[in-house]
Design a binder for this molecule. Structure first.
Ligand SMILES: NC(=O)c1ccc[n+]([C@@H]2O[C@H](COP(=O)([O-])OP(=O)(O)OC[C@H]3O[C@@H](n4cnc5c(N)ncnc54)[C@H](O)[C@@H]3O)[C@@H](O)[C@H]2O)c1
Ligand SMILES: [Zn+2]
Length: 295
């Protein structure tokens, strides 16, 4: 398998995004350069073959590894768990030079990235995304945060990682529904760059995305983020399908639809509305809907 390497730039900060089977070797190299490593994950991910390989790579590369497990998914993205994690790091002797390794889906990369943003006013972190959605979206762009009972992602910080290391082999254990949810975001990128639509549609039908396609979608997000690091203008393009999507999520009480499923429905709404307003032609609507049908 090939490994694609992208250069991400956010204002003065640059970092590499690697997608492919070289991800864990790159993780070992990064870890070896730090006195201490805090590996933050959740039980589900750590228990997968990839999670075990990742933990092994970190432990072989560093003499001092602290493992911190968050509750799975959104349940781990809270201020209470942030406090718990920060206390664990302090007791284990973590310093400003420690490295946080976030191993998991978007919930873990958001929460562990935010921990890195605020622990001792900021330590370095590396994202090792293990869901399709995290590889093409959540782990990129430096937005980190936790939820409040009142609202998702209400507390957060812009704190880009020092690297994003994604190995598509980790996706083999991803539940089918999470894969489908990730494809909602892939179709979003293809709607922004229509040349990608046939490949995303074919991958959606096959139920798997390879390193090349993941890297191409990641590149689109990185380009948009680079042109608008603080989300003032162009970054809003990344919200394509999300206005309707949020309505769909809310209508399902945030339980019935996974985020990417709601985005997929939102994209269909957005394109039909754009058609009714004369902003896109019927072929574009058909192309997006055909890609969505496969996902
Ligand atoms: N920071 C950003 O820019 C940004 C962008 C988009 C989404 N997000 C956030 O990302 C989160 C959603 O991320 P997600 O869709 O990755 O969901 P998730 O992190 O909740 O993961 C979904 C489920 O898959 C499991 N899982 C993860 N990797 C696995 C693997 N390889 N094998 C088996 N199971 C695995 C997880 O344990 C979890 O149960 C939300 O909290 C959202 O707010 C952030
Ligand atoms: Zn989204």
């Amino acid at each position: 398998m090939t490994t694609r390497v992208l250069e991400a730039r956010q204002a003065a900060h640059g970092y590499r995004v690697r997608v492919g089977d070289g991800a864990l070797a790159a993780l070992a190299d990064l870890v070896a350069g730090h006195d201490q490593v805090a590996l933050v994950s959740c039980r589900t991910v750590l228990g997968t073959p990839f999670g075990q390989r990742a933990e092994g790579a970190v432990r072989r590369a560093s003499r001092s590894v602290l493992l911190h497990l968050l509750p799975d998914g959104e349940r781990g993205k809270t201020l209470a768990h942030l406090e718990g994690a920060a206390g664990h790091l302090l007791r284990a002797g973590a310093t400003r030079r420690s490295l946080v390794v976030a191993l998991g889906g978007g919930a873990v990369t958001d929460a562990a990235g935010f921990l890195a943003a605020v622990f001792m006013r900021g330590v370095e972190w590396v994202a090792v995304p293990t869901t399709l959605l995290a590889m093409v979206d959540a782990a990129l762009g430096g937005k980190t945060g936790v939820n409040l009972p009142l609202a998702k992602n209400a507390i957060g910080a812009f704190h880009p990682p020092v690297a994003v290391l994604a190995d598509p082999a980790s996706l083999r254990t991803l539940p089918q529904r999470e894969t489908r949810s990730g494809f909602g975001e892939l179709v979003k990128y293809a709607a922004l760059r229509p040349a990608l639509l046939p490949r995303v549609a074919a991958a959606a039908r096959a139920g798997r995305a390879d390193a090349t396609l993941i890297a191409e979608c990641a590149r689109i997000k990185l380009e948009i983020v680079a042109s608008d690091p603080q989300e003032r203008g162009e970054r809003k393009l990344l919200n394509l399908g999300h206005t309707f999507g949020h309505g769909v999520e809310a209508a399902g009480a945030f339980r019935r639809y996974a985020h990417g499923e709601a985005v997929a429905i939102g994209l269909a709404f957005a394109f039909r509305l754009a058609r009714a307003m004369g902003r896109v032609d019927a072929r574009s609507v058909a192309a997006v809907e055909s890609a969505l049908a496969g996902s």
